[in-house]
Design a protein around this ligand. Structure first.
Ligand code: PPS
Length: 563
């Protein structure tokens, strides 16, 4: 166990120690270390355990543990600490949460870790992308002493430590408890599956959804929790309970299933449901799934004795067309028709406001989902122009803005390159680092605008593909990201040279000028391309409005009238 003693002394000591400000991912890991959900871990893994977990799925002493739990820090920070030191881990709001007694500091081979844990280095895997793109390069291992659990401001009545959950189980007289993990809203198929599990095992049911990090594009947990609360009414009250798990998922499929089972054992459950494609990360860059659909349950089953929790494996549940009854796929008799509604189709129906059948879900759940999936005409979106200086980005952006303001259904904000550099990024230059910071700032502001259902029009050069992709990922959870490559050739831009910058760059008076002595990476998959040497700004703006109309973001007749 993590040590919890002398908290007031530790708080005093924390004032004298070097601090690391935790990011959200690290806070999720720390909370589950501190509250015992990651038992037997007593801190962030030392190097010997880390290597063994990667290679063998076991700690150095042989205990089953499939996922590395590491504290990652910058090289700069690592240069200030040594083994044997104590450091304080702080919440971004400043509270000291724990003291780490540093036993190991090392630079991991992150590609090797990805290959060992995820069996791939393909960044289409969200766990790999996070490991390779978000982790700091140095790991710090050591034993933790707890000061305070990370604070929560939402749904506190549904959050429990393992100890609190055990108390709840005892109070209710529950002895046999089957846990269900999910990162999605629950529909009828999930309910049938969990009811079946609970009936077959004669066990009480814990709905234990993840409210930490899930997979990119998942529905946010506020909405999901409202759906879970709605769905609880459809279960027998006395034998069902809902509790939220602040876990940072890795989407590691089979290894993740094992890990989830260990965590549920620590929360006092006796059984754990593993269905089809548990913690599946979707498809790889080659279009193939990373793991087999039943690999996760097979791996967990094969370690059942050692796990200390029983695995309740389930096949996919499907709905029979005739009787509207749910059965396991293998129970469908020959010739019987089954109903299905894919996630993509569900999202489309939510978006279009079209019917979602009763066999699929409950009206109260759908009502919650509809609240956050307004029809496209009321959703926010971002138009992101990218291209060389002088390509025509600002002129088209201004024309599009004027036309959208004439339509007038939502507020429109223009984040032009020059405007942003004046108001948001005045201290930045044009090095790769500075340009990336500039573009991330634009992305952040645009994501806030999009989230609040406005229209953001961005028109920076944004020369780097990775950074543009990052911005796309920041915005996409809230609304569409429409990337428009203004592909006007450099000769034309240079010929125009409205600001006289190309002449200066050629004369060596401006350094790092995009297209002259600094790179521009052509977008790989923009939603649109526009070449202003072939098309006027007005015609370009009209084609953008036509695109918006064809995608349902603006009403067809309004855009036609105005264009
Ligand atoms: S970036 O790369 O996206 O951060 O650039 P951005 O902020 O869009 O650039 C804004 C304007 O800065 C002028 N300018 C330069 N551009 C490119 N390279 C160098 N070295 C440079 N120095 C100044 C240029 O006019 C950009 O505006 P636009 O509207 O693209 O012409």
């Amino acid at each position: 166990m993590v040590t919890w003693a002398n908290v007031s002394e530790l708080k005093e000591e924390a004032l004298t120690l070097i601090s690391w400000d935790l990011n959200q991912r690290q806070i999720w890991d720390l909370e589950l270390l501190l509250n015992g959900a990651f038992a037997p871990l007593t801190g962030f893994l030392p190097e010997i355990d880390y290597r063994s977990v990667c290679q063998e799925m076991r700690l150095g002493d042989g205990t089953l543990w499939p996922i590395p739990i590491n504290l990652d820090v910058t090289e700069e920070f690592a240069g200030k600490i040594s083994c044997g030191d104590r450091m304080v881990l702080r919440h971004p709001e400043g509270m000291a949460l724990a003291i780490l007694e540093i036993s190991d500091i090392w630079k991991p081979d992150l590609h090797g870790e990805a290959q060992a844990v995820f069996r791939t280095t393909d960044v289409a895997h969200p766990g790999v992308a996070s490991l390779l793109h978000q982790m700091h390069p140095v790991y710090v291992g050591g034993h933790l002493e707890g000061i305070e659990l990370p604070p929560h401001h939402t749904f506190n009545h549904l959050r429990h430590t393992p100890l609190e959950l055990l108390e709840q189980f005892n109070r209710r007289g529950w002895k046999k408890i089957v846990a269900f993990q999910t990162r999605n809203p629950m529909h009828r198929a999930h309910i049938e599956l969990t009811r079946r599990a609970s009936e077959e095992l004669k066990a009480d049911l814990l709905l234990h959804p993840v409210v930490g990090r899930t997979s990119p594009g998942d529905i946010d947990y506020f909405v999901r929790v409202r759906c879970y609360e709605a769905i609880l009414k459809h279960y027998p009250q006395e034998s069902t309970m809902l509790s939220l798990l602040p876990l940072a998922m890795r989407m590691a499929g089979p290894r993740e299933a094992l890990w989830h089972a260990i965590i549920r054992k620590n929360y006092g459950c006796t059984h754990f449901i593993i269905g089809r494609d548990h913690a599946g990360p979707g498809l790889g860059s080659d279009g193939k799934p990373f793991y087999g659909p039943y690999e996760a349950q097979e791996l967990a089953k094969s370690h059942e004795n050692e796990l200390g929790i029983m695995i309740k494996a389930f096949e996919e549940m499907v709905c029979l067309e005739d009787s509207k009854r749910y059965v396991a796929v293998s129970e469908v008799s020959q010739g019987a028709k089954v109903l299905s509604l894919s996630g993509t189709e569900l999202r489309k129906r939510l978006r279009d406001g079209t019917e979602i059948p009763e066999w699929f879900s409950y009206p109260d759940v759908i009502q919650e989902l509809r609240k956050v999936h307004p029809p496209r005409q009321s959703q926010g979106f971002t138009i992101f122009f990218t291209g060389l200086s002088g390509a025509g980005k600002s002129t088209i952006a201004q024309t599009v803005m004027a036309k959208l303001m004439e339509i007038g259904t939502r507020p429109v904000t223009l984040l032009d390159g020059d405007i942003v550099r004046k108001h948001l990024s005045s201290e930045l230059g044009f090095s790769k680092r500075d340009r990336d910071i500039n573009i991330r700032r634009i992305g952040y502001v645009a994501s806030e605008i999009t989230k609040n259902r406005g229209i953001a029009i961005c028109a920076p050069i944004a020369p780097y593909e990775v950074t543009r992709t990052e911005v796309r990922e920041m915005i996409s959870p809230y609304g569409a990201f429409i990337e428009i490559y203004v592909s006007t050739p450099i000769e034309v831009c240079e010929e125009r040279d409205r600001k006289g910058l190309y002449a200066k760059a050629r004369a060596g008076l401006i350094k790092e000028f995009t297209g002259i002595d600094d790179p521009y990476e052509v977008p790989r998959n923009p939603e649109m391309g526009i070449d202003t040497s072939q098309m006027s700004a007005d015609a370009a703006a009209n084609s953008i409005l036509e695109y918006l109309s064809s995608q349902g973001f603006i009403q067809a007749e309004r855009s036609e009238k105005k264009t």
